[in-house]
Design a protein around this ligand. Structure first.
Ligand code: ADP
Ligand code: MG
Length: 346
């Protein structure tokens, strides 16, 4: 009996490596929207407008009024691992931007047609340039532009037929996009956001910059959410281990929705579970809460480098932080329950 010859190992071509990696960063249209909005926020924008066609498969267009992109940087803009936000590994400890990997635009340019229009301060005109597979398809062309950057992502997954097919019949991608923009709008109340379908007259998300978190929630999620919110804050003081600050807005026991809304910054899965448990213990089964919560920790207590899309981060002393937040909510719900009032439906 002859044993099989071992298969030969060879090096994958860059184009294959890049497309595989791109498919991981950009899993669906909503992942592209999230990355583009994060870039606009990192660019200090005060207004971000999104237009979507065919659930994002035909077109995702994000326009902002941020600082724009330098002309000299355009040639490498959509190459992998090119970023203005990180230079040495140690910068990760204190990084304040949402991006730092320099992979998002590159990924989009490997699985879609990307066109960038941008103008920087003091310039008389902007530049427009298109990308394919990470590189410019032509020199940047001078064009008229208002402040900021507009990025168009067209024909997403045109070169990944299987991915495109599984997404084509799913009607909920636009819903996912509206949902993610609504969440950004709750957290970043100093930025105005809008989102609409291509050609539509009306926007499906429309937030105006405000200084009140409750007003922001009212304009995005409606008055029925906003009137039943309690402010919640807690913190851990031990500077060596579990120092953190949390502030949020959570629904009281009068509020009851069919669907749970949890907007968590940072989004820790165990925390989500912990909050669910507290509400489940106080509310009737069918009624779901609304929770907005922003958690601030010393940067050196957060490791953002565990997941490419930052879906997961690890926290130092995660258990004690979650326990603290859980018991704070529990005691608030208990006291809100004892003064339970009933709103009449209008
Ligand atoms: P990262 O955000 O991790 O740096 P990206 O691929 O998302 O990587 O973006 C690459 C770079 O392009 C960013 O570092 C930033 O300098 C620039 N950039 C992307 N989008 C914008 C934008 N909307 N406005 C200004 N600069 C942008
Ligand atoms: Mg980015």
């Amino acid at each position: 009996e002859r044993s099989m010859d071992p298969p030969k190992i060879h090096r994958l071509e860059d184009s294959v490596i890049n497309r595989i990696a791109a498919g991981e960063v950009i899993q669906r249209p909503v992942s592209a929207v999230k990355e583009l909005i994060e870039n606009s926020i990192d660019a200090a924008s005060s207004s971000i407008n999104v237009v979507v066609k065919d659930g994002g498969l035909k077109l995702i267009q994000v326009s902002d009024d941020g600082h724009g992109i330098r002309y000299e940087d355009l040639p490498i803009l959509c190459e992998r691992h090119t970023t203005s936000k990180l230079s040495v590994f140690e910068d990760l400890q204190t990084i304040k931007s949402m991006g730092f990997r320099g992979e998002a635009l590159a990924s989009m340019a490997y699985v879609a047609h990307v066109t960038v229009t941008t103008i920087t301060k003091g310039q008389l005109h902007g530049y427009r340039v298109s990308y394919r597979d990470g590189v410019m398809v032509h020199e940047p062309k001078p064009c008229a532009a208002v402040k900021g950057t507009q990025i168009m992502v067209e024909n997403l997954f045109y070169n990944m037929m299987a991915r495109k097919k599984t997404l084509q019949n799913s009607s909920d991608d636009y819903t996912k996009i509206v949902d993610v923009i609504s969440r950004f709008a709750v957290h970043h109340i100093n930025i105005s956001f809008s989102c609409k379908k291509h050609g539509a007259a009306r926007a499906d998300v429309h937030s105006v910059a405000t200084s009140s978190k409750v007003d922001a929630i009212k304009s995005i999620y409606g008055v029925f959410v906003a009137r039943d919110l309690m402010e919640v804050t807690t913190s851990g003081e031990d500077p060596s281990s579990s120092s953190f600050k949390m502030q949020g807005l959570i629904s009281n026991s009068n509020y009851s929705a069919k669907k749970m809304t949890m907007i968590l910054y940072i989004n820790v899965h165990c925390l989500k579970r912990a909050i669910e448990v507290v509400y489940a213990a106080t509310l009737p089964k069918a009624s779901k809460p609304f929770v907005y919560m922003s958690i601030t920790l010393p940067p050196e207590h957060v490791d953002v480098n565990v997941h490419p899309t930052k879906r997961e981060v690890s926290l130092l002393n995660q258990e004690s932080i979650i326990e603290n937040i859980q018991s704070t909510i529990e005691s608030m719900l208990r006291s809100s329950n004892s003064t339970r009032t009933f709103h009449t439906q209008v």
